[in-house]
Design a protein around this ligand. Structure first.
Ligand code: ADP
Ligand code: MG
Length: 314
């Protein structure tokens, strides 16, 4: 077995900007994404995958809401599980086909519906920040706040949107089974959308909660649990930048943990997008990982060989 790599795929791996999100659009995107993954496998890397689910879970929430006069609507943790299932199905399908096409034998894909434990005392539960689902009018939002005790906010003039807590991932509940599968050579897709957030009561019983765990931070936990050598975050920009989107923008290439910590403290990485990626990369290397990489999907293999993307080492 070669170096073990955990790859966290961003939203663009499954849905491109401007697309409606039909099944065939999503399958075609996953097909393209997987061709990059198969190149890694061919190059000898031992790969496990995780992915985002924002637009998919958003669509499920709409389907549930609009269908609720006919069939019962499912809560967010169930929608998270559903999205992991169908996204995992797309990856399994595309991985099987691509590996057969490339003559990679003896490897099979598998998707693990994954729960991620969070701390019920996490301060995130006191202040929901993560927008989910569609935009609504103020009237609808006020009704939901009164009836269900949900938190809704006005989002930059675009309408009202529900916000949920985004607690820190504490551990992957399915860690042992995932480790076994990886050891046995399966190409595992796990912890999709940051995992289904669950809390544990004093008796040790798990319960799902309405929250969203950041997929890059959960991916880092997965990488740690799998003793990965390299943690790769693939998004829609080739590198992490300082002064992003300004005339002084500069792409970062090789950075140390200390350098990146300092830049982070200066506020270069936006909360909700690059912020958690940088944090996840820092955690991975600080927790003993060899190297973390932040780059784009089309630079994946070059980035793994150290010749593209932002490379974070101790
Ligand atoms: P993903 O779905 O891959 O998680 P996000 O939209 O959450 O994607 O994060 C990637 C986005 O982060 C980029 O498209 C870019 O617009 C934004 N971004 C914010 N700050 C930075 C930065 N300092 N350097 C690079 N990209 C940044
Ligand atoms: Mg993101």
């Amino acid at each position: 077995m070669g170096e073990r790599v955990v790859v966290a795929l961003g939203g663009n791996a499954i849905l491109q900007p401007g697309q409606r999100g039909t099944s065939s659009e999503q399958m075609a995107n996953v097909h393209k994404t997987v061709s990059q993954i198969v190149r890694m496998i061919e190059a000898g890397y031992d790969v496990a995958l995780t992915h985002g689910n924002g637009p998919q879970v958003g669509a499920l929430l709409i389907q549930n809401e609009l269908g609720s006069s006919h069939v019962p609507a499912m809560p967010m943790d169930y929608c998270g599980a559903e999205s992991q299932g169908f996204i995992g199905y797309m990856f399994s399908q595309c991985l099987s086909n691509a590996m057969a096409e490339h003559g990679v034998s003896g490897r099979n894909p598998v998707c693990v519906v994954t729960r991620v434990e969070v701390d019920p005392e996490d301060i995130a539960f006191k202040k929901p920040t993560k927008p989910v689902g569609p935009f609504y009018t103020e009237e609808v939002a006020r009704n939901k706040m009164d009836e269900k005790g949900e938190t809704w906010i006005e989002d930059a003039g675009r309408g009202w949107r529900r916000v949920v807590p985004s607690p820190d991932p504490k551990g992957i509940v399915e860690r042992d089974v995932i480790r076994h599968l990886v050891k046995d050579g399966f190409i595992v897709v796990a912890s999709g959308g940051g995992g289904i957030p669950v809390i544990r009561d004093k008796k040790g019983n798990y319960a799902g909660v309405e929250a969203v765990i950041d997929k890059d931070l959960a991916g880092e936990k997965l990488a740690q649990e799998l003793d990965a050598d390299i943690f790769v975050i693939l998004t829609d920009v080739p590198n992490v930048a300082i002064n992003y989107n300004s005339p002084h923008q500069k792409w970062l290439e090789k950075v140390s943990v200390q350098e990146l910590e300092d830049l982070k403290a200066l506020g270069h990485f936006k909360a909700g997008s690059m912020g958690p990626k940088v944090e996840a990369a820092l955690r991975f290397v600080k927790n003993g990982g060899q190297r973390a990489i932040i780059s784009s999907l089309d630079h994946a293999l070059e980035a793994l060989s150290g010749n593209a993307g932002t490379q974070i080492t101790r």
